[in-house]
Design a protein. Structure first.
Length: 378
């Protein structure tokens, strides 16, 4: 058993000062407020919170899914993200199927928490960095083949609900246990509402790559925000969405309905330069990734720790309340949305995944499954 004491611990939506967490093997045995006796790891100047859960990530540390899952997941793990969905961009049918097979094996090995298919069933009008030549309408046979290859590891799928066959695709994925997210879409308000009633529960990177709000056609944004069944993703990297708008979304939906996601690509943690995203050239300058030769943003270079710091920094709440809300959005809400039942909080019986931050919310140490991660730093 390991008893960890800290200056602050985020427990069940609140910050306790001081606090403690006790682990046994790979599990959390107990956690609480106060200063216990018999401490094994003493962190009086630090804050401990659950490991981040990123439900939308394409790469990092110079590599990308699906070819280098250990390198990508390892990079983000060192920066506090202890559970990651491996996101795949639009690809030709054979390439997509091969990618799913690789990531199904990585999921079985515990490297990633599952697969997120972002495409190829997206709107050409809002394709972002996805190759428009490879976009297509949902096909039941292709979906069945992907689900078979995944063997239960596809946890989320992003699609545009206005495409022909989208209603049937939503039902097909839900029946297979995957969450359906709406994104890269030109859907109307009514089309979005119909997809939500059919079972879709997530809005992929809200505002980005979707029909904007208009006073006579509010489009998907309003439909996603006003539905209490929906979790909305936000890329809170300071590039994709204005901080004022992020605050307004959190005020409107609440942190229990907002998941902060990196949407990171291979350049996360690396120098500026040219990178690849699903066969598309991406130029990174000043830490901002854009499709080569265009102004189109192509994912981010963020980490989970950066998102948490930004959420606290731009919050109108006091520090402890802001930290508790940011923890909810980077860990608890995405874990619940994806039905990852053993992560996302520091509670008895859950997996011993935690992040230790200093007073400036920089990563000091990371624990995954009861083991400290070597060289954790942010």
């Amino acid at each position: 058993m390991t008893l960890i004491a800290a200056g602050a611990v985020v427990l069940d939506g609140r910050v306790v000062r001081p606090g403690w967490v006790q682990t046994a093997g790979g599990d959390i045995l107990a956690a609480g407020a106060g200063r216990p006796d018999g401490v094994d790891v003493d962190l009086p100047e630090s804050v401990v919170l659950p490991g981040f859960v990123d439900m939308h990530c394409h790469g990092g540390g110079g590599a990308a899914y699906p070819h280098h899952p250990e390198q990508v997941a390892g990079f983000h793990r060192r920066h506090g993200t202890t559970s990651t969905l491996a996101s795949l961009v639009t690809a030709a049918p054979a390439d997509l199927l091969a990618g799913v097979r690789r990531l199904a094996a990585a999921t079985a090995a515990g490297t990633v928490a599952g697969i997120h298919l972002e495409g190829p069933w997206l709107s050409a009008a809002h394709c972002g960095a996805h190759d428009p030549a490879l976009l297509r309408a949902p096909d039941p046979a292709e979906i069945a083949a992907l689900l078979d290859a995944a063997d239960g590891t596809i946890r989320m799928v992003t699609l545009a609900p206005e495409l022909p066959g989208a209603d049937d695709a939503i039902r097909q994925f839900i029946d297979a246990g995957a969450a359906v997210a709406l994104g890269h879409t030109d859907a109307t308000y009514e089309q979005t509402r119909r997809a939500l009633d059919a079972g879709a529960t997530v809005g992929t990177h809200l505002f980005n790559a979707m029909r904007p709000i208009h006073q006579r056609e509010p489009g998907p944004v309003l439909a996603l925000l006003e539905d209490p069944r929906v979790t909305v993703e936000l890329i809170a990297d300071g590039v994709h969405v204005h901080p004022g708008l992020i605050r307004r979304v959190i005020d409107t939906a609440g942190p229990d309905r907002v998941a902060l996601v990196t949407d990171a690509m291979a350049a996360a943690g690396c120098a500026d330069g040219r990178y690849d995203l699903g066969g598309q050239d991406v130029d990174v300058a000043g830490g901002v990734a854009r499709l080569a030769g265009t102004a189109t943003i192509a994912g981010s270079t963020a980490t989970g720790a950066q998102l948490l710091r930004a959420a606290v920094q731009h919050s109108a709440l006091g520090f402890d309340a802001a930290l508790a809300a940011a923890t909810q959005m980077t860990a608890t809400t995405p874990a619940r949305t994806l039905r990852l039942s053993r992560v996302g909080s520091l509670r008895r019986g859950l997996r011993a995944d935690l992040v230790v931050l200093d007073r400036h919310l920089q990563v000091q140490r990371v624990m995954v499954d009861g083991h400290w991660v070597p060289e954790a730093a942010c």
